[in-house]
Design a protein around this ligand. Sequence first.
Ligand SMILES: [Zn+2]
Length: 302
Amino acid sequence: MNMEGNLDTIHHLFSKHYKSEQDCMDALIAAKWPSGFVCPKCNHTGCSRLTSRRIPLFECGCCGHQTSPLVGTLFEGTHLPLLKWFQTIELFLLPDGISAMRLHKAIRVTYKTAWLMLHKIRHAVGEFDARERLSGDVKVNCDQYGTNPSRCQFPNPFASAVVVGCTVTESGDLDQIKIHLLLHKRGTGNRATRHELAAFINEHVDVETATVDAFPLAYKLYLPLRRVVRDAWESLKSTYVALGPKYLQAYLNEYTVRRRLHLPAARMTMHQKLVTMCMATPAISYNQLITRQPKLPLAIAA
Ligand SMILES: [Zn+2]
């Protein structure tokens, strides 16, 4: 495979809107304060801008509080050029995402930096997604991730039970999706229990407004949703080759959120939406990322 050729193609993908640090900073300020500056201390809207720094400071005209647009966001404390972040966001939005190895070559940062940037964005995506529960017409499957259902197999050591939920639009399309791994069942061939199905609904579905159809039986699943689980597996395999269990839930969240960002957009572009997610999520450090344990299985936590 000709990697240089690939990277040339990648560079054509970078948006013409963001060519300089200034362009990126302007976009972040617009995402932070869509209707203009609001003081985080006193809600006053008048401010003066101290522009002598790489990251501008805004001083409230009422209480004198100074704040940067990056405070409380994923980009707080970053030493990297914002342009590299914006390019990473664009590559993250490729139909199958991008691996840290390819990113490291494409934007010329170390492999570790590339890995960390992708995991930070993944973290923002996961946090944002966790706050949005499924509502309306909801279907829930008890399925297996990482197996080919058309082949009869012994328990696959890399396959895992999942509970999967989606919302279905009036035109019958799948909109929001959540794939919840049951890692304690990885490699056993066991499926989710009714209790785990109920726990998923309790955690991820807005039961006040939703109508839920549950499909707990292997031979009677909601097929469009089963297809999404297969697609997720294919996509993750194609980009990351082999993934261990530690971050698999984060990668699945990345897949389902990206899939939704690619649906026909309404008000904002998918790039703007992803920037908004990053601006709404406080920064996470390398140490926090690597010591973060996968969530306890619902059955054990309960
Ligand atoms: Zn103020």
